[in-house]
Design a protein around this ligand. Structure first.
Ligand code: ADP
Length: 540
């Protein structure tokens, strides 16, 4: 028998209208380099309507793709709302992709229009002639005349295009399963692949991340959204904030530690989200230039493993709680969050907080061994994590890489263990695992242990070929400015932290660890540098 419940569709047009009505005065601050320019949810919604009218006039109909090549700012938020609400598909282009990857994704998604920030025009202009389907470029926060368009492409000014248009729009009825936005993976492990989010998946994800087991966003929060809006939808924060009435602070292009510290001082956010490299950089900056940041009730860290030493430093030196989360572009992206169960205190609570976290109600998870069999959640058995749920992709746009799916589950490529009470600990990416003498060595555990040394800013571990053991770990270390440390000292430091046979004998000191477009350690490049003999390796 069917239920008697209404089949009301979860659409982003409703999210836009709801946020504008219920939280119309909630502020959106965009950093300008010296102070913020300010607007409100109400204003953003009106301008989103104007943008929708303009896009219709440019011929955007149905599910055409509208790309954005932008920093985190109010105009990007307007695109986030207007494009899906009008029934088209928002495609956030990652401004840090390699040029060939960028044109590949714009062509693959068949972007019809691209909205570009003025400060990114020089970068964008070089790629535009290769973008075969783009017919209109809209320049926000800059001079449209500065862009020389290839034939067949018209350039517009964002402000001129919006000016004088109606501030309401007859938003269409949209099937909640239809595409709202798309984002390509950052290509750490191959060609970027398109993930397409639906209205429904964005709604459910937004609701879940506000819940008490995840980010706990409320209308008294002020969220500093550092994770780029072109990277995994800014972890869903913009939509969740619009739904719940969390005011937003958007850093625009000011992502270095010094301006982030200035934004913190000026805007006093209560919440922030960024990858570990941003927090590591900020920590070093704050240690040299102390400032009170205790207005931050919590910061969420994910995208790669949060080093425990960094979590302790924020908590103990700055009175800021660090919340560790795991996710992927493919998982919208929030997959798990490391809140300890109630009742856990002291060291026990910390042990929970180091993990990648517990899955929320709508994310199903399992661990699978090399033969495809499930392994138990006993906190010891290791397997590849597979997940399933309403905001987890079931395929890639265009059908790429079917091997990433297994009986309807997404194979994450992440390897780890899960405790009986559902806390995930990742030890590696499948492609990064180190097998020494038949035993696994966790590169993440080693990295965390080395980063616990006060003279170490960053450490990345890769497996390198070894005649006797098959593979052994090589540690690439970045020393903190003004500090000194030797490989022997670091190895000694690890002696009571890892098993004896795991103690690395291969060490290299580098000025920085190569990073991917979204700031993760790029182990592919580190391995290539090692294979080409470009690293100066000490063998102890
Ligand atoms: P890409 O796969 O191109 O790097 P994503 O940003 O989607 O792009 O990355 C998802 C991956 O990032 C995960 O599969 C996992 O390997 C890694 N990751 C995300 N969060 C964490 C975390 N908290 N700890 C360890 N690894 C993480």
């Amino acid at each position: 028998m069917l239920s008697t419940m209404q089949d009301d569709q979860l659409s982003l047009a409703h999210l836009l209208q709801y946020g504008a009505r219920m939280h119309g005065d909630t502020e959106v601050a965009t950093w300008t380099g010296s102070g913020s320019r300010r607007t409100t949810f109400g204003q953003v919604a009106k301008r989103a309507a104007q943008l929708a009218h303009a896009l219709r006039e440019l011929g955007v109909t149905d599910d055409q793709r509208v790309g954005t090549f932008m920093w985190n700012n109010a105009e990007h938020l307007e695109c986030y709302l207007a494009v899906p609400a009008m029934g088209a598909v928002l495609h956030t282009l990652n401004i840090r992709l390699f040029p060939e990857q960028l044109t590949y994704v714009a062509n693959h998604a068949e972007d019809h229009v691209v909205v570009v920030d003025g400060s990114l025009l020089p970068l964008f202009a070089k790629q535009l002639p290769e973008m075969k389907t783009v017919r209109h470029v809209i320049v926000a926060n800059g001079d449209a005349a500065a862009l020389e368009a290839p034939s067949g492409v018209t350039v517009h000014s964002y402000e001129e295009l919006l000016a004088g248009r109606p501030e309401t729009f007859d938003w269409p009825e949209i099937d909640e399963r239809s595409a709202a936005a798309m984002c390509y993976t950052s290509g750490t492990t191959g060609d970027p692949k398109g993930v397409v989010y639906s209205h429904r998946s964005i709604w459910l994800h937004s609701m879940q991340i506000c819940m008490t087991d995840m980010m706990r966003l409320t209308d008294s929060d002020r969220a500093l959204v550092i994770v780029p809006m072109f990277h995994a939808m800014s972890w869903g924060m913009p939509y969740a904030a619009f739904m719940i009435g969390t005011s937003m602070v958007l850093p625009d292009r000011f992502l270095q530690p010094a301006p982030i510290a200035e934004i913190l001082a000026a805007e006093k956010p209560t919440f922030a989200g960024a990858v570990p490299t941003i927090w590591q950089g900020l920590l070093q900056h704050l240690d040299a230039n102390p400032q009170d940041i205790s207005h931050l009730r919590e910061v969420v860290v994910g995208g790669s493993a949060a080093p425990p030493a960094m979590m302790h430093a924020f908590e103990e030196r700055y009175n800021v709680s660090v919340l560790h989360a795991w996710g992927m572009t493919e998982t919208s992206p929030m997959g798990s969050v490391a809140r300890p169960p109630s009742g856990a205190t002291g060291e026990e609570a910390w042990r929970y907080r180091y993990t990648q976290g517990r899955f929320p109600a709508l994310v199903k998870a399992r661990l699978v061994d090399d033969e495809g069999n499930e392994v138990p959640w006993d906190g010891k058995s290791v397997g590849e994590l597979e997940v399933k749920g309403p905001w987890i992709t079931g395929s890639y746009y265009g059908g790429a890489d079917p091997d990433k799916f297994h009986d309807g589950w997404l194979r994450t490529g992440d390897v780890g263990r899960i405790t009986p009470d559902g806390y995930l600990t990742l030890t590696d990416r499948a492609k990064d695992v180190i097998k020494s003498g038949g035993e696994w060595i966790s590169s993440v555990d080693l990295e965390n242990a080395v980063m616990g040394h006060p003279a170490v800013a960053e450490a990345a571990v890769i497996g390198v070929p070894d005649e006797k053991w098959g593979e052994r770990p090589l540690v690439a270390v970045v020393v903190r400015e003004g500090e000194q440390v030797t490989a022997e000292e670091l190895r000694e430091f690890l002696r009571d932290k890892v098993a004896k046979w795991q103690l690395p004998e291969n060490w290299t000191f580098v000025s920085e660890v190569p990073k991917t477009s979204v700031g993760k350690f790029d182990k592919k490049r580190l391995r290539a540098a090692h294979a080409e003999g470009k690293l100066d390796v000490a063998h102890l």
